[in-house]
Design a protein around this ligand. Structure first.
Ligand code: NAD
Length: 290
């Protein structure tokens, strides 16, 4: 298949390389020369203009920073020049409203489209082990699934357009709130004189068990290897967690949903980012708790 890949940054770079490994011809476009140079090393054919990259392609995959950029790129370029039979896959994390709107205009331009945000960070993008949450029609999903499978370990149909983004932000709101709660529990355990490894051994087998504790423990030296063991470098940046929490808060306000824990987690991550710690892994929020 001939695939145009738009946005070859931290995530998109590895994803495009996996499409090449799966035998696809990948046309790459990014505003960054560095990203394009790496894409060329990984076997992509690079383009320096946003439209010729889409000539004769069977699919367009995008992995861009936010909804405004996705909306503009699809209206200014994809809907103008991509062959109508090309399936469109936006893997960026964006707001539900923009995802639905772009899919609506895609249909007007004759395209099938899915929103397919990912769970898993840069390591999973490089290893081809992402989880994709997909919004779109049954027919669009059937066409998108094999392309996504070349970049991930799981591809799940969440529902109609926008459902992938909805699943992503609900999941990440839960992750943000559960990470803060896990950090609080360890801090309180420490203040109450418990040995933290002992508390982990108990809680990881009791009803407080959760992913933030047993797969990504915020306490250095406790649980499996995690960013906490590496001074909170790498992993999932606080700035990205904050982005997803804000998308969740925006969606909750529009839907009239009460999300008090999500709101509090958003405030805490906002304060942490404002203190200049946006690049640290999100589990580093434990350092702000007394
Ligand atoms: P990034 O900033 O590293 O990459 C984005 C790329 O898009 C950059 O190379 C940039 O030059 C390019 N770009 C920006 N505007 C463009 C345009 N108009 N045309 C062409 N290229 C353009 O970001 P990332 O970490 O790769 O994240 C991409 C998306 O994936 C985001 O929506 C993010 O929320 C989501 N995501 C990231 C992670 C992660 O751990 N990094 C995990 C899950 C989801």
């Amino acid at each position: 298949m001939k695939i145009a890949f738009i946005g070859l940054g931290n995530m998109g770079g590895g994803m495009a390389a996996n499409l090449v490994r799966a035998g696809h011809q990948v046309n790459a476009f990014d505003l960054s020369e560095t990203a394009l140079a790496t894409a060329a090393e990984n076997g992509c054919t690079v383009f320096t203009d946003a439209q010729s990259v889409m000539a004769g392609v069977d699919a367009v995959v995008s992995m861009l920073p936010n909804g405004g950029i996705v909306d503009a790129f699809y209206h200014d370029n994809v809907f103008r020049v991509a062959p109508p039979e090309a399936i469109l896959l936006d893997c960026s994390t964006i707001d539900v409203g923009t995802a639905k709107s772009v899919a609506k205009y895609a249909a007007i331009a004759g395209h099938e489209m899915v929103d397919a945000p990912v769970s898993g960070g840069i390591a999973a993008a490089n290893a081809g082990t992402l989880t994709f949450m997909v919004g779109g029609s049954d027919s669009a999903f059937a066409r998108a699934e094999p392309i996504l499978a070349a970049m991930g370990k799981a591809v799940i149909h969440a529902g109609e357009s926008g459902a992938g983004q909805a699943a992503k932000i609900c999941n990440n709101m839960l992750l943000g709130a559960s990470m803060v709660a896990t950090c609080e529990a360890f801090k309180l355990a420490e203040k109450l004189g418990l040995d933290l490894q002992t508390f982990y051994d108990i809680s990881s087998k009791a009803s407080g068990q959760n992913w933030s504790m047993t797969s990504y423990c915020p306490v250095p030296g406790v649980g499996p290897a995690s960013p906490a063991d590496n001074d909170y470098q790498g992993g999932f940046a606080t700035a990205l967690m904050l982005k997803d929490l804000k998308l969740a808060m925006e969606a909750a306000a529009l839907a009239g949903a009460e999300t008090p824990m999500g709101e509090r987690a958003t405030e805490l991550y906002q304060a942490f980012a404002d203190a200049g710690q946006g690049a640290l892994d999100f589990s580093a929020i434990i350092e702000t708790l007394d």
